[in-house]
Design a protein around this ligand. Structure first.
Ligand SMILES: Nc1nc2c(c(=O)[nH]1)N[C@H]1C(S)=C(S)[C@@H](COP(=O)(O)O)O[C@H]1N2
Ligand SMILES: [Mo]
Length: 334
């Protein structure tokens, strides 16, 4: 299921199709055609972010295949891009799955500033361009498992969070990492209305233990499907922690702070009995209101409608991360 291969991208700002992967996208395009999806390109033509399979010519590889022992991909079938960018949780733009794609289109991501501060010797500020240029970008195909029991398979583009943290030189007090989403009620309607924003106290906050943050799987993502990240997926930069429930993968990050104490996190504050700080994907521990033993994999639908699958411990990434939790009882919720 897991292969030790990743595609590395040269560090440059991504533009549409600049980093299209032939093997994946051409194949999918053929599959879609065979299934009679040729007309789908017309439906998507209005959306510049969504037309990779409307193009007759696909830009040739700008990527190199190389083996990298710390990065992984999967053989799982990718969730179609049109679904990845239209079925979202981003409560700052509304609580329905289709609210973010509708309400985030005017979201301004440039200029942007991301600061790394706290228990570090070298605080860092990344400006918009730095997000794409400061570190080598690579593609990671990860499963994303939402606590609501649906999942996707997404080809992210980004760089390991560890690269950034190392550069900031954490001191010996740095035990946790806190993350904060932009607070801008004028742009984010959910932040100015509790009804639209689902009653969350914004800004959205998340956190990891330092060893989780430094794990090679933990990614800061700036793109997906070979393009810059759409606003609704957390532009310009979001976290992806594939072995944890999706709510840990905080979007549109403006601040990363190294901390001595465990930081407060949004869903844990709101409902501590339902959402732990760790929130590792765990089929043995049900949500108080539903089972976590299985999940609905979001696919192209139709012919692939049989998509109820078993949920795997750590979302299938146990080999990479189970050692981080040796001392924890996996039958309990954390
Ligand atoms: N700032 C912020 N980050 C967020 C959320 C949110 O509402 N606000 N939702 C989370 C949840 S519950 C999930 S499942 C993922 C969804 O990411 P996607 O829309 O790219 O699939 O984003 C997470 N990050
Ligand atoms: Mo989620």
């Amino acid at each position: 299921m897991i292969k030790n291969i990743t595609r590395k991208f040269s560090s440059c700002q991504l533009t549409e199709n600049q980093v299209t992967d032939e093997t994946v996208y051409l194949k999918r395009r053929q599959v879609l055609k065979q299934l009679g999806f040729a007309g789908a390109s017309a439906l998507l033509a209005n959306n510049a972010q969504a037309d990779w399979f409307s193009k007759e010519e696909v830009t040739p590889f700008t990527t190199q295949l190389l083996s990298a022992k710390n990065t992984i991909t999967t053989d799982d079938i990718l969730t179609p891009e049109a679904k990845v960018i239209s079925h979202n949780n981003f409560y700052e733009f509304g609580t329905s799955k289709n609210d973010p794609i509708e309400n985030a289109q005017q979201f301004k991501v440039n200029p942007w500033q991301l600061t790394i501060s706290g228990e570090v010797d070298k605080p860092i500020t990344l400006d918009y361009d730095d997000l794409y240029k400061a570190f080598p970008l690579e593609e990671r195909i990860y499963r994303l498992r939402c606590v609501e029991a649906w999942s996707m398979v997404v080809p992210w583009i980004g760089f390991p969070l560890a690269d950034l943290i190392k550069k900031a030189q954490p001191n010996s007090k740095a035990k946790y990492v806190a993350f904060e989403t932009l607070y801008d009620p004028e742009q984010m309607p959910g932040q100015s209305s509790r009804r639209i924003g689902g009653g969350i106290d914004y800004p959205y906050l998340e956190g990891l233990r330092i060893d989780e943050a430094m794990n090679p799987l933990t990614l800061l993502s700036v793109g997906l499907y070979g393009k810059t990240l759409p606003a609704q997926n957390g532009a310009p930069i979001r976290l992806v922690v594939p072995w944890k429930y999706g709510f840990k993968s905080i979007k549109s990050i403006v601040a990363i702070k190294l901390m001595e104490k465990m930081p407060p996190t949004t869903w844990n504050i709101l409902a501590p009995r339902e959402y732990g700080f760790y929130a590792n994907v765990n089929p043995q521990v049900d949500h108080p209101r539903w089972s976590q033993a299985s999940e609905r994999r979001i696919t192209s639908g139709g012919l692939f409608a049989r998509n109820r699958i078993e949920t795997l411990p750590f979302n299938g990434y146990g080999e990479e991360v189970a050692h981080l939790y040796k001392n924890m009882d996996l039958r309990k919720n954390y």
